[in-house]
Design a protein around this ligand. Structure first.
Ligand code: TXD
Length: 308
């Protein structure tokens, strides 16, 4: 039987994620949104791309959660995106209600699905989805670290003039301005960038990475980044459906790892058919741990406001 992937929110991230997924032919796709007919239009347009691009993926657009029944993976991208001058945290009130409602609807029809959250503020929205779904922690987690490391990798590639394919990066923490890029664990062909680049250059790239979402928001003016976020979430979906055991940073529910309890924070995890199959613990220096604690505290503050 073919896999089924539902994408909730057919906006910039959701529709572009459907596009990447359609090309990969790994599942039937359902695109759902509250705007009447819009997801149907986008799904049909994408289906009509099949003959040109050579994919046979079935894509359904809908406003009815019945069509999402028995999904293997559900990606939640519904919610407001940032406008210039806004932080991700400014979206908390509006998006918690949206993510609450979407999760409620999704779990009614797909009680065994794995939920991958994208809506911001990301880590806090994972808490909403976990509380509403009551799913085990391995089946509810968030996409942010793949995007943040992709941005870091991109900047290193631009700085050094080397292929992005040979760059591995690590970013920990919440998906916000306090995120923690880790140069010691960021390598070019296995060599840490701390041995390849001067400290000032690395510091500048670390800062740019933490602010990279805002850089795009300031340029777009009408919304936030979506090509890279959507590609990143589809990498997770692929890792689940193909049981690839990819090791990537995701917002995972920690229960003591890194000294953090009862909180979603970005850490390296193993992703396979069961979702988050393992949290990988890195050895951190005192400074790195302090930065992670600060980032976790920022997430905790948002979670406390929600009183879930
Ligand atoms: O790294 C990450 N996790 C992120 C997160 C990277 C980029 C974007 N990130 C966040 O994803 C962003 O801050 C937003 O909170 C979401 C979605 O961003 P996108 O750019 O796709 O926003 P759009 O284009 O405005 O699309 C949102 C869609 C839109 O079509 C709405 O009609 C729909 O969400 N929406 C809903 N769908 C279903 N159900 C409900 N209740 C609903 N409310 C809005």
């Amino acid at each position: 039987m073919k896999n089924k992937v539902t994408i909730v929110g057919a906006g910039n991230v959701g529709a572009t994620a459907a596009h990447w997924a359609a090309e990969k032919e790994f599942a039937d796709i359902v695109l759902i949104d509250v705007i009447p007919d819009m997801p149907k239009g986008k799904a049909l347009d994408l289906m009509e791309t099949g003959p040109v691009e050579g994919f046979d993926t079935k894509i359904i657009g809908t406003n009815d959660y019945k069509d999402t029944a028995n999904s293997d993976v559900v990606v939640i991208t519904a919610g407001l995106a940032r406008k210039p001058g806004m932080s991700r945290d400014d979206l908390l009130e509006a998006n918690r209600k949206i993510v609450y409602e979407c999760t409620e609807n999704v779990v009614k029809y797909s009680p065994d699905a794995i939920l991958v959250i994208v809506s911001n503020p990301l880590d806090a929205m994972c808490h909403v989805a976990k509380a509403v779904s009551k799913f085990p922690k391995n089946r509810v987690f968030g996409m942010a670290g793949i995007l943040d490391t992709a941005r870091f990798r991109c900047f290193i590639s631009m700085e050094m003039g080397v292929s992005v394919e040979d760059i591995q990066a690590m970013v920990l923490g919440g998906h916000g301005d306090t995120m923690v890029p880790l140069p010691r664990y960021t390598t070019v062909a296995g060599v840490p960038i701390t041995e390849l680049l001067p400290k000032e250059k690395i510091d500048a790239m670390v800062k740019r990475t933490a602010q990279a979402g805002g850089e795009i928001v300031a340029l777009l003016k009408t919304g936030s980044a979506y090509y890279s976020p959507s590609a990143s979430v589809i990498q997770i979906v692929e890792a689940i459906l193909k049981d690839k055991k990819r090791v990537v940073p995701c917002a995972a529910y920690l229960e003591g790892e890194y000294g953090i309890k009862g909180l979603y924070v970005g850490v390296p995890v193993k992703i396979g058919a069961k979702g988050v199959e393992q949290v990988m613990e890195l050895k951190l220096t005192a400074d790195e741990q302090a930065a992670l604690n600060k980032s976790a505290a920022a997430v905790r503050e948002l979670v406390d406001i929600m009183k879930l």
